[in-house]
Design a protein around this ligand. Structure first.
Ligand SMILES: [Zn+2]
Length: 411
């Protein structure tokens, strides 16, 4: 089982399965298929060149394939967009009208792109009698690896005079790289193409996809999603590695198994040792713990885990976590020399208004961005009372980066 296989096995076979952010661009593609807008000669509005842009693992390749297969699927009822998922086209057995190429380097790509351009002027292979399915697709991935010269000498003209029976689907994870290489070329491409934008998956979306398609428990999926950082392909690759190492079927992944693989055994109870050391301001111990962990997992993941611990301290205020937090506020206070302790106290539901201690409802903090928003809201509120303004609180945004910076002091 290799990574590609798993990502391919679980590739969405229908638009229903294609999970993305609420995105009008996906609706546009559904319209192209169901209303046959790509080849409607009587319609001035016809789209035959698409540029799909989005970060790695955001579904560019899945969407390209889905678009092509749904259009060509012989079982798709006219004026619908969902492919059947069962026929040879849907199952990649019949690829007669789909040409795919991933650009790795310009030098290698030149000959292939030339051939694809020749192909683009040819008629599609007649597979079914339906007019809306008389179409060929040319899918060109990783356009950012093409030089400006390759694009301008081989692609621009053909994209301009593209025959109505050919659809080009170009995709790139880095529109900015394309722009840096040559802004004029980027402009030329985007002015010829309809740009479809995809976004990074959220951790919840990835966890849901892993659950739906491979029966992975949500808690385990969330851990995998955290490390995959919005990249679905990376998430599948992690799943297949864990399956190989543990010998388990993905549906049997327990959080301990996943946590052990992902976080090198740095479980919550193990992390408490770091928190205790931070609380006691024991620099030598912090340094040695951190050094030991750094060999197992990245600093960013350590920092993320610590942010989560903080959130759980705040959300489950028992004696122990309160003590830990109060000590931490002192530690922050003495280490950073600013009044961050106030912020921590406010997390616990304690606010200071005009030097009086007021009990407030504890803040709902579910994730880091919520914390950041709360921080900002509090900072704005305090600004009126204590002269704490946005700028003075900004440097203390509680992010994995800021914790990472703090940890660096011990390196
Ligand atoms: Zn089909």
């Amino acid at each position: 089982m290799n990574n590609n296989t798993l990502a391919n096995i679980y590739r969405p076979k229908s638009f229903k399965d294609f999970i993305s952010h609420d995105n009008g661009d996906i609706d546009l593609i559904k319209h192209l298929i169901s209303k046959n807008l790509h080849s409607n000669l009587n319609n001035n509005f016809s789209i035959t060149v698409l540029l799909i842009e989005g970060p790695p693992g955001s579904g560019k390749s899945s969407l390209s394939k889905l678009y092509a297969k749904a259009t060509l699927c012989p079982n798709r009822p006219k004026e619908e967009y969902e492919p059947c998922g069962d026929c040879d086209i849907c199952n990649d057995k019949d690829t007669s009208n789909i040409y795919e190429y991933t650009i790795k380097s310009s030098t290698e790509a030149r000959e292939v792109v030339q051939k694809l351009v020749e192909q683009s002027y040819c008629s599609p292979i007649r597979t079914t009698g339906r007019e809306d399915q008389y179409r060929q697709f040319i899918i060109l991935d990783e356009l950012e690896n093409a030089s400006a010269e390759l694009i301008s000498s081989y692609l621009l003209k053909p994209l301009e005079d593209n025959p109505n029976t050919t659809t080009w689907i170009l995709s790139t994870m880095d529109l900015e790289k394309l722009e840096r290489r040559n802004p004029i070329v980027k402009e030329a491409i985007t002015s010829r193409a309809t740009v479809i934008s995809l976004y990074k998956f959220t951790e919840e979306q990835i966890a849901n996809i892993l659950e739906e398609r491979a029966n992975i428990q949500i808690e385990s999926g969330l851990l995998i999603a955290k490390v995959a950082n919005g990249n679905l392909r990376e998430a599948w690759s992690i799943v297949s590695k864990i399956a190989i190492i543990s010998g388990l079927n993905p549906s049997e992944f327990k959080t301990e198994v996943v946590g052990n693989y992902l976080f090198g055994g740095i479980t919550y109870s193990v992390r408490l040792s770091l928190w205790e050391a931070l609380k006691n301001d024991d620099a030598t111990l912090v340094k040695s713990i951190f050094k030991k962990w750094s060999t197992k997992i990245s600093q960013k993941i350590i920092a993320d885990l610590l942010v989560e611990d903080l959130i759980s301290f705040i959300n489950t205020p028992n004696k122990n976590s309160q003590e830990l937090l109060f000590s931490l506020t002192t530690w922050y206070n003495s280490t950073i020399k600013y009044d961050l302790s106030l912020v921590f106290l406010q997390y616990l539901g304690i606010d200071f208004i005009e030097n009086k201690v007021v009990k407030l409802k504890p803040l709902a903090v579910n994730n880091v961005s919520n914390i950041n928003n709360n921080l900002l809201a509090l900072a704005e509120k305090k600004g009126k009372v204590n002269n704490l303004n946005k700028e003075s609180i900004m440097p203390f945004y509680l992010t994995s980066d800021s914790i990472s910076d703090i940890l660096k002091r011990y390196n």
